[in-house]
Structure formats: structure tokens, C-alpha cells
Design a protein around this ligand. Structure first.
Ligand code: PMP
Ligand code: GLN
Length: 371
């Protein structure tokens, strides 16, 4: 793991505390999830849900996850054989990478990529190949030929994150079809990280890759309660796939955490039946507040279609910019360049807007006075 130092999120959150800055870096909301959800976890603790839960997750949560996939996407999963509860999406991704790749195998990622993908590929002894999402006007595009060229005879797995962190891109039906066609043609497994599935804006719908013809059998769909219910510290995630794939991932998962979050599992099981649009609506409002404010300051901001994050082209080295920003303005952001292998993101900075409107307004005031 040489070359993997402290994560950018830990570094920047520490810098925010040190400099008393507003933290628009690490993506976590500054408001709690629904009170019923919190109370359900308290009740579960009081009721004694405090010992190891079953390895694959409690039956009620696995049933709720299967029901969620059916209700939102028409996907059928057997809660006993095809659903696995994990310690956040993070563990699902790690366990899948370790289970499904061998040293020397290749994994294709879209860059910018969520940092743990590169680390998990490295842990597995596999190699990553990246396909760049390039800024084009108000959105982000990849070149299908570049994607095709990234697949070699050693490619085993492709990781797709939609809605996408850090760009806020929601992959279109046509783009998903390109990925699906390639996966079918080259016999690839696809790991879909869908943790922002319910945080889409402007009426956009998230479409799981697993719903495309022929893809359910080769897709591992990962999501998590953290974003949907604003409880990023609970670390209740899950993975849905065929029995063979789930069994392989579960074999690894047993030796990572074994299990986690006993009292949170029943709470999330219950909440999955009552997802509202409240969080997405609030985030969309906050997105507009931040993006309008940054645009008024003359910044070149890309308005995201989903997620917690907006990207700004700062016109200079993003890492240096982000190291200075707390000192110059009392605001912390994340250089998207660290999510790239290529120089494509060198000037891109990610700002999180999953913060209360008054916090965003104060950040904008500070940025206006940027020294
Ligand atoms: N994938 C993406 C794209 C993320 O942004 C994050 C972090 N929020 C995760 C996975 C990790 O999710 P979890 O906190 O459930 O482990
Ligand atoms: N997913 C969060 C982000 O992108 C960070 C989670 C973490 O710190 N690992 O900001």
C-alpha cells in the first residue's frame, strides 16, 4: 500500500478543524437523519440488539433491501442468497474487489474515481486502468473508444459509480448501454456503486445497470444507508448479486469485519420502507444556493445532477488551491485531482453542499472576501 497515505478526506477534515474553517470537503451532512430512524436504533439498543448479528445481515434488513430493489427498479433478489449486508458500501467494494480479482487482473475505473476503488484494487494486487470523464460544458462525458481500449484480456471487473462522486453526473441510458454492451462482449463483471441513488435532482431518475438486458447476472449492485438517510457514520451498506457472486464476496467479508451495526440494521430495515424525497429536495436547494453563489463570484462551477458535490474549475493547481483555501478564506474543499491518474482533474476542486443553508451562505461570504 505504498503510495496510499492519509485519505484526502481525513487530511482536509483535520485541516478544517485546525484552521476553524467551514468544511465543504468531506461529504457528510450537518443535520441528522429522520427522528424515527434514530429512535428505532435507540429502541433496538434498549431491546438488546447488541451482539453479533448474523453474518449476511439480519433477515429483516435483507428482506427490506430485496423489497427496495423490487419496488424502485423491478429487480428481483432472493434475500437469503442474493443480498449481503456490509460495513458501509466501502466494505462491499473492498470485499468484492478482493473476492473477484486475482493479482495481475485489471479493473477498469472511470476517473475521477472515489478514492477507495484505487486502494481496494491495490489491496487485491490487481491493476487499475482509467477512463476519463471529461468536462464538456455543463456536464461530463467519456469517450466510448477510450472505454473500449481500456479493456484488455486481463480485465475482470469494471467499476461504475452512478450517480457519480465527485462530478455529480448521472449516467444516461445510452451511456449505460455502452457499458453493458462492452461488459457482455468482453465477459466482464461490473460493480455498481449506487450510494447516491436517491439523491438525484431536477426530476432525474437513477437507473441501475442491473436492469439492462443480460446485466443482472454480471452486476454487483452496492448501496448504503449513509446517504439515503443522512447517517454516514452508521456504516450500513449492502450488495445485491447472483448467489455465486454474493457467496464469493461473503467469503471475504467474513474476514474483514465479520459483521457490524447490530442495532442499526433493524432501524435501516424499517426506514427502507419509507424513503421520501425530502433529502433530495433539500440537497437540490442547497446545490442551487452554492452553485448560484459561486457563479455570482465569477467561479466556473459545474452544476451537478445528483450527489453532495459541485465541481469548480479554479484555473490553477487544485491541490495547492485547496491547501491554501482554509488560510485565505476559512473554507475547506477537496482537490478532485487526487481522484485521477491523468492530469484531467488538475484544476478541479470539489465543494460539498450537504450543509445547512446558513453554513453555505457563510462559506460564500468568506469566499467573497478571498485573499
Ligand atoms: N461510494 C461513494 C461513491 C461514496 O461517495 C462513498 C462515501 N460516501 C462511499 C462509497 C462509501 O459509503 P459508506 O459510507 O456507506 O461506506
Ligand atoms: N464519501 C465521502 C466523500 O466523498 C467521504 C467518506 C470518507 O471519508 N471516506 O466525501
Amino acid at each position: 500500500m505504498q503510495g496510499f497515505g492519509t485519505t484526502i478526506f481525513a487530511e482536509m477534515s483535520a485541516l478544517a478543524v485546525q484552521t476553524n474553517s467551514i468544511n465543504l470537503g468531506q461529504g457528510f451532512p450537518d443535520t441528522d437523519g429522520p427522528p424515527e430512524l434514530l429512535e428505532a436504533a435507540v429502541a433496538a439498543i434498549r431491546a438488546g440488539a447488541n451482539q453479533y448479528p448474523p453474518g449476511p445481515g439480519i433477515p429483516a434488513l435483507r428482506a427490506a433491501i430485496a423489497d427496495h430493489q423490487q419496488r424502485y427498479y423491478g429487480l428481483d433478489y432472493d434475500p437469503d442468497a442474493e443480498v449481503l449486508v456490509t460495513a458501509g458500501a466501502t466494505e462491499a467494494i473492498a470485499a468484492a474487489a478482493l473476492a473477484l480479482t486475482e493479482p495481475g487482473d485489471e479493473v477498469v475505473l472511470f476517473e475521477p474515481y472515489y478514492d477507495s476503488y484505487a486502494a481496494c484494487v491495490a489491496l487485491a494486487g490487481a491493476r487499475r486502468r482509467t477512463v476519463t470523464l471529461r468536462r464538456e460544458g455543463s456536464g461530463w462525458q467519456f469517450d466510448p473508444a477510450e472505454l473500449r481500449a481500456a479493456v484488455t484480456d486481463r480485465t475482470r471487473l469494471l467499476i461504475l459509480n452512478s450517480p457519480h462522486n465527485p462530478t455529480g453526473k448521472v449516467f444516461t441510458a445510452a451511456e449505460l448501454q455502452i457499458v453493458a454492451d462492452l461488459a457482455l462482449e468482453r465477459d466482464l463483471l461490473v460493480l455498481c456503486d449506487e450510494v447516491y441513488e436517491h439523491l438525484t435532482f431536477d426530476g432525474r431518475q437513477h437507473v441501475p445497470l442491473a436492469t439492462l438486458p443480460g446485466m443482472r447476472e454480471r452486476t454487483l449492485t452496492v448501496s448504503s444507508a449513509g446517504k439515503t438517510f443522512s447517517v454516514t457514520g452508521w456504516k450500513i451498506g449492502w450488495l445485491c448479486a447472483t448467489p455465486e457472486l454474493v457467496s464469493a464476496v461473503r467469503t471475504v467479508k467474513q474476514f474483514l469485519t465479520y459483521v457490524n451495526g447490530a442495532p442499526f440494521q433493524p432501524a435501516v430495515a424499517d426506514a427502507l420502507g419509507h424513503i421520501t424525497k425530502d433529502v433530495a429536495e433539500r440537497l437540490q436547494y442547497q446545490r442551487d444556493l452554492l452553485c448560484d453563489g459561486l457563479a455570482e463570484l465569477g467561479w466556473d462551477v459545474v452544476r451537478p445532477q445528483a450527489t453532495y458535490f459541485a465541481t469548480v474549475d479554479v484555473g490553477s493547481d487544485a491541490v495547492a488551491f485547496c491547501r491554501d483555501l482554509p488560510h485565505r478564506a476559512g473554507v475547506v474543499a477537496i482537490p478532485s485531482s487526487v481522484f485521477h491518474d491523468s492530469p484531467a482533474g488538475d484544476r478541479h476542486v470539489r465543494f460539498a453542499f450537504c450543509k445547512r443553508p446558513e453554513v453555505l451562505a457563510e462559506a460564500l461570504t468568506r469566499l467573497k472576501g478571498l485573499r
